[in-house]
Design a binder for this molecule. Structure first.
Ligand code: CMP
Length: 138
């Protein structure tokens, strides 16, 4: 099963992308597709459309367009649930020890990584960045 992760602009700018990738690989995920992109405002608004009425929407779009990020399609059994366990709670202060956010995130806003929150979101979000043809079969 596939899920989508995005190594966010704070982690890329801080030179932590490799550490995040290593964490995923050590947690049993196979990288099926990866890219490096600076999102446009329109792309970030579309990706996070579900949050458009939330007070943090505009700062989130500004942050996600502030520099390059790395979307990844990650594969393993129970991928959506497992990736959310591996990355930890949205706010690094609440994230379990050893999770990506506990280790590498600065704040709830600059929290190093995104992960799909359901299987429906994962299908939509993987498709947002990767055509079927871009997914490597391993
Ligand atoms: P992410 O998994 O990318 O999904 C939505 C993002 O909004 C979330 O991670 C946070 O980085 C960001 N965000 C900022 N403030 C909040 C908040 N109060 N509650 C939830 N998400 C927030």
């Amino acid at each position: 099963m596939l899920t989508l992760a995005i190594i966010k602009p704070d982690a890329v700018a801080a030179g932590k992308a490799g550490k995040v990738l290593a964490h995923h690989e050590q947690s049993g995920f196979t990288i099926r597709a990866a890219t490096f992109i600076r999102l446009t405002t329109g792309q970030a608004e579309a990706f996070y459309a579900v949050h458009r009425d939330r007070p943090f929407f505009r700062p989130l779009v500004t942050f996600m367009t502030s520099g390059p990020c790395m979307p990844l399609a990650l594969d393993r059994d129970d991928a959506v649930l497992k990736l959310r366990e591996v990355i930890g709670a949205t706010d690094p202060k609440e994230a379990a020890p050893g999770t990506v956010r506990a280790l590498l995130a600065e704040s709830k806003e600059r929290n190093a990584i995104h992960a799909s929150d359901s299987e429906d979101s994962a299908r939509r979000e993987v498709g947002f960045f990767f055509a079927d043809a871009a997914l490597i079969n391993t």
